[in-house]
Design a protein around this ligand. Structure first.
Ligand SMILES: Cc1ncc(COP(=O)(O)O)c(C=O)c1O
Length: 468
């Protein structure tokens, strides 16, 4: 009798895999797993403090509101809510999207909007529409780790352009564009998360936004602006989205309800000029016919109450104090050579460690201390970023964040000490947590560290660029 499928999976060996290998599409050779997805399996253990995910704190959403809205849907429109819907999404959902984009100063034509199954699907559909194997796609270095598996699936050549505290370096982008010109190649698009970037937490300056949009318009270059975090601002002045500066000719926009309401409802969107949108709609028909009707009805009900902005503001306030707790803990527990960003919004801090530390190895040690982060390498296609890490400050409370950073600081401290012993280097590289005196003065940033890192609102995560 054949074994039940779950037993077969447990016993699968490479010889079993060979049986299917001849059937795999060539693209599976270059498909990559998302580092965060892999980590989620490990961090599901309740004793693990995870600073790895990109999870908004959904426990802040009032259960009574959720219950009341779902009850209203059940009572007033159960049959419709349980039915298929249009591929483009319901007009009522698009109206909510227009409202959300309006809150950041954008005014898209409702006809240019498609409702997608999360912003992630929008990235996928745009690649499906635009990318052939070998095509060049340009993105930031580091970039959103979840975009890399998509670019790989469509067999793009992903070219990363250095970021600093002011976001993507446009001078470096121009160099890449000129090189591609010389090779007779036209990149399919530039993918950017310009505001409170995932993973680095940095925001593209206004000057660079203008230059990027000018480049897009003068070269007829498509820019994909992915903006899940723009409304989660707790400091600094709001900057105009690229979409607003361009008006929607060359900037394609991706948004999502995941971080301002819930990732569980899997609702995002894309805004694109009509010729691109027509193809995206065909791509979505093939992918999943339509986005969940039920969750679109939920959003419609939720927006009807008119309180969505207050909820987003309350989230930003919560994340502000968690960001503060993380920055404070980093000052206390990370070694003096470490640097990190201090974002004015979003969910992430990016920390850079001494170059001899590999955060992939460090993660294995950190997991033994029941704490997790995303190693920086996940945000690069070429194996760079080995001495950096992404730290999330939205999912856990302040105590968990402090304890998580203390545990990571401890394993870094061990590495620093080991390196010091092997190289006989001075003990000044010891992490803050190793020093008794610092433990006695909670909350005090160590002198000399904070000043060297601050640059306006942000902190130098990478080399400060001379160019724009
Ligand atoms: C930059 C960016 N784009 C897209 C996504 C995907 O979001 P979702 O599919 O939940 O809308 C995320 C999630 O973390 C993100 O950070």
């Amino acid at each position: 009798m054949p074994e039940p499928p779950h037993r077969r999976r447990a016993h699968a060996r490479s010889s079993d895999l060979e049986r299917y290998a001849g059937l795999f599409a060539a693209r599976t050779q270059v498909m990559r797993s998302s580092a965060m997805r892999d980590l989620m399996a490990v961090t599901a253990r309740p004793e693990v403090i995870s600073l790895a995910g990109g999870l908004p704190d959904t426990s802040t959403f009032p259960p009574q509101t959720f219950a009341a809205q779902m009850t209203r849907i059940a009572q007033e429109s159960a049959a419709e809510a349980l039915q298929y819907g249009p591929t483009e999404g319901f007009r009522e959902t698009v109206d909510c999207i227009i409202e959300v984009m309006g809150a950041e100063g954008m005014l898209p034509d409702p006809e240019d909007v498609i409702v997608t199954t999360g912003g992630q699907q929008a990235i996928d559909l745009l690649c499906k529409t635009l990318v052939d194997p070998g095509d060049a796609v340009i993105c930031e270095a580091p970039t959103y780790p979840g975009a890399i598996p998509v670019f790989c699936s469509y067999e793009a050549e992903t070219i990363q352009v250095e970021c600093d505290v002011d976001g993507m370096r446009i001078d470096r982008l121009e160099e890449v564009l000129e090189r591609l010109d010389g090779e007779g190649r036209r990149p399919k698009f530039v993918y950017s998360v310009p505001t409170f970037q995932n993973p680095a937490g940095v925001t593209m300056s206004l000057e660079r936004r203008r230059r990027l949009v000018e480049l897009a318009r003068s070269r007829e270059l498509l820019v994909v602006e992915d903006n899940p975090y723009g409304l989660l601002r707790f400091g600094g002045e709001a900057l105009p989205p690229l979409y607003q500066l361009d008006g929607g000719d060359f900037v394609i926009y991706i948004g999502t309800f995941s971080k301002i309401l819930s990732p569980g409802i899997r609702l995002g969107w894309a805004v694109a000029p009509p010729p691109v949108m027509d193809k995206v709609v065909l791509g979505k028909q093939a992918a999943d016919l339509c986005t969940s009707t039920l969750t679109q009805y939920f959003v419609r009900e939720y927006f009807r109450d008119g309180n969505w902005r207050e909820y987003v503001e309350s989230l930003a306030e919560i994340y502000r104090s968690r960001r503060d707790a993380m920055v404070d803990a980093l000052s206390r527990y990370f070694p003096s050579q470490a640097t990190w960003t201090e974002p004015n919004g979003g969910l992430f801090i990016w920390a850079t460690l001494p170059s001899y530390i590999d955060t992939g190895d460090l993660l294995a040690k950190a997991l033994r201390e029941d704490v997790a982060f995303v190693p920086g390498q996940a945000a690069y296609v070429d194996g760079s970023g080995r001495n950096s890490m992404r730290l999330n400050f939205s999912a856990g409370n302040e105590d968990e964040i402090r304890e998580g950073i203390r545990r990571i600081g401890k394993v870094i401290g061990e590495q620093v000490e080991l390196y010091g012993a092997l190289t006989n280097s001075a003990s000044s590289s010891a992490p803050a947590q190793a020093k008794e005196s610092d433990m006695d003065s909670p909350g005090l940033p160590r002198p000399g560290v904070a000043e060297t890192k601050r640059d306006g609102g942000d902190v130098l995560p990478f080399r400060k660029a001379g160019g724009a």
